[in-house]
Design a protein around this ligand. Structure first.
Ligand code: UDP
Length: 342
């Protein structure tokens, strides 16, 4: 029986791109997803890109009994990449218990099953949100974490702590967290991408939907920040580059090249772009008109953050490669495909 990589949340935005990269690197994959924020047809599109259909199980990982049943059925799991989680910052403020229950129960069920069924390798989808507004930029992995701004952000910080404490007393386990900066873009095939439900919260889906005519104009949330053009700065990372970091992480754990049994890495480009710079880069890359207006600040937004990626570059041998223009063009091509725009 061939070994499998379990990708939870594998039909979601980052999960689906990671399944593609894993399969293209020769791994066999089983996806677990409850389709709460994604569609089953993503599995078909992964197959179209790679020529290989990942296995797929639809259930909720916050259900302990079902999670155990899964591990009893699949005795050949070599490693887990855990993406499955609720991720809307604003919604998490309104529904804190749902967020804590879903995100943390799923994590604990998986860790419990790792121990019980002898799965040793675990990669966790974390976020630069754990740094809050850092005092010093760029942020390295030794930059202190700050209290989270939202229940969602707190689920990431608490999850990291749970994994750290689990690894501390389980010497067989090898755990690795990737702290993503702002993932954007889509697969160059335009067969998979980001599909927000309803009005997008994130900048790039809002930009592409505005360019496609679904939204009247982009609202830029504040131009009175302490940045060169007054708009906030983020480190936007191409989703395919980001997905490749997971393949590298899996290889590191499987081959036992990890230094300690809980490691964490910043996954960004190392470059900061302001909202205004990103808007201009989109217009330049696509040649499409993008109506926008400046409005007030959005509650909870930080001013600026970008990554120091030295550790990921040197230790993982991973580096972001795509240009911001190509990345924005890939997001636009995906939007056009979804809306049947020529
Ligand atoms: N932003 C904006 N208009 C939007 C959505 C986002 O001006 O419609 C800005 C937001 O204020 C932030 C940046 O874009 O400075 C990135 O926001 P996003 O929600 O994509 O990611 P975050 O960094 O908040 O996780």
């Amino acid at each position: 029986m061939s070994k499998l990589i379990l990708v939870t949340g594998g039909t979601g935005f980052i999960g689906s791109h990671t399944v593609v990269e894993l399969q293209q690197a020769g791994f066999d994959v089983v996806i677990v997803d409850n389709l709460s924020n994604s569609k089953a047809e993503v599995v078909d599109n992964i197959e179209k890109i790679t020529g290989k259909r990942p296995l797929f199980e639809c259930f909720d990982l916050s259900d302990r009994a079902l999670t155990h049943e899964f591990f009893k059925k699949y005795t050949n799991i070599e490693a887990i990449i855990h993406f499955a989680a609720f991720k809307a910052v604003g919604e998490s403020v309104q529904k804190p218990l749902e967020y804590y229950r879903n995100n943390l129960n799923a994590l604990m069920n998986l860790l419990e099953c790792m121990k019980e069924y002898g799965v040793n390798n675990f990669v966790f989808s974390s976020s630069c949100t754990v740094y809050g507004q850092p005092d010093k930029l760029p942020v390295t992995e030794t930059t202190p974490r700050k209290p989270a701004e939202s229940p969602y952000g707190n689920t990431k910080a608490v999850a990291e702590d749970i994994i750290r404490d689990f690894a501390h007393v389980n010497s067989q386990a090898k755990c690795l967290a990737l702290r993503y900066f702002n993932p954007i873009g889509a697969h160059p095939s335009a067969l998979i991408g980001e599909s927000p439900v309803g009005v997008p919260n994130n900048l790039v889906p809002y930009i592409t939907q505005t360019a496609a005519g679904l939204r009247k104009e982009l609202s830029i949330f504040g131009n009175d920040y302490n940045t060169p053009d007054g708009t906030p700065i983020r480190d936007y990372i191409n989703v395919v580059d980001l997905s490749k970091a997971h393949v590298v992480a899996i290889n590191r754990l499987i081959s036992g090249k990890n230094k300690v049994n809980y490691e964490y890495f910043n996954i960004g480009t190392g470059n900061g772009y302001s909202v205004m710079e990103l808007v201009n880069a989109f217009i330049k890359a696509t040649g499409v008109n993008l109506p926008y207006k400046i409005v007030g600040r959005r509650a909870g937004d930080i001013e600026k953050i970008w990554a120091d990626t030295t550790l990921a570059n040197n230790e993982l041998g991973w580096k972001a490669e795509a240009s911001i223009e190509d990345t924005l063009l890939s997001a636009w091509n995906w939007e056009k495909k979804c809306r049947n725009i020529e």
